[in-house]
Design a protein. Structure first.
Length: 324
């Protein structure tokens, strides 16, 4: 059922100043002629002659996903790191994102899709080939850290597992980063709304996530080498929420927990993230591991296992870094 957002969220807008050194941008060729404002034209010509940067005010809005967004979401996914590195079916994932109105934010300007942020239930959509392929990957030896791989296999078991959401996010390079913290906060609010209001009850349950998985694009420094595989494995704070499939299994000693935390910190310290928001989310990850299989330019995917509340926890830092 269509979700009912709070008015402030439904009307969320942001204005960004987009710099351009291109030819004059106009909504219509006749507009300047009709205005007859020779002074403004003269100023513009002088600015262009000086190579000055022009300012174009663009109004962005956040909207719910809709079926007509499917081809644009597919295009963004197809060019993104997730589908490039894993061979995931961009068309299938795009249809899932666009048809899930309860959770997800589309970032638009003048009717064009600039980016999106969503979370889809791996359990609910496991029969979908596009999602099933990613579930298989998460349980395969492409996940370098053995304990985390086992933990994920338990969390994603067909029966007795947990409700795990896959974070999906792509955006055009010219999307203002100032919008990202608001989109992350919007997703967190969506998850809370869906857990309380989505219908029918089975859908509401499927959108009540215990864990979130994010596959972030990173590059490692030259010293990563052989030690890149054993990072953050069984995941810091014990495997609650994983049912019988917690992967790490049982209680761990203080020494084991310290070792896991040190390994996680070591890997994150060597990783350079393609996106600032993913680096900040990684700071709240319960566990991390590199995923085998490279990206163009020497990049890799870094798997992050998060609690849903990590989204809200990272927003203040995102605003401090991305909105100043």
């Amino acid at each position: 059922m269509p979700r009912r957002k709070r008015p402030a969220e439904a009307e969320a807008m942001a204005e960004a100043v987009v710099g351009s050194n291109d030819e004059e941008v106009s909504d219509g060729e006749d507009e300047a002629e009709d205005s007859g404002d020779s002074s403004d034209e003269a100023d513009l010509e002088m600015a262009q002659a000086d190579g000055a940067e022009k300012e174009l005010q663009v109004e962005f809005i956040f909207t719910d996903p809709a079926e007509e967004d499917t081809p644009y979401v597919r295009s963004l996914l197809a060019g993104g790191s997730l589908c490039t590195a894993t061979g995931a079916d961009a068309a299938g994932l795009a249809a899932t994102v666009a048809n899930q109105v309860e959770v997800g934010t589309m970032i638009k300007a003048d009717g064009a899709l600039f980016g999106f942020l969503s979370a889809v239930s791996l359990q609910r959509h496991r029969a979908d080939p596009s999602v099933g392929r990613l579930i298989s990957l998460l349980g395969s030896d492409r996940v370098e850290d053995g304990p985390l791989r086992q933990r994920l296999a338990g969390l994603l078991a067909p029966s007795g597992g947990a409700n795990v959401g896959l974070l999906l996010s792509e955006r055009m390079v010219n999307t203002p980063v100032q919008l990202v913290p608001h989109a992350v906060e919007s997703l967190h609010l969506d998850l809370g709304w869906a857990a309380a209001n989505a219908e029918p009850a089975a859908e509401r349950a499927s959108l009540t996530f215990e864990w979130l998985v994010l596959l972030a694009h990173v590059t490692l420094d030259a010293q990563a080498g052989a030690e890149s595989g054993g990072a953050g494995g069984s995941g810091g704070a014990g495997g609650s929420g994983g049912g019988s499939g917690g992967g790490g299994g049982g209680k761990r000693s203080k020494k084991q927990k310290r070792a896991a935390g040190s390994s996680l910190s070591s890997l994150l310290g060597r990783a350079s993230f393609a996106r600032v928001e993913e680096e900040l989310l990684a700071e709240g990850a319960e566990a991390v591991s590199l995923v085998r299989g490279g990206l163009p330019g020497g990049g890799q995917l870094l798997l992050l296992l998060l609690r849903p509340e990590a989204l809200a926890a990272a927003v203040p830092a995102m605003r401090a870094v991305m909105c100043d």
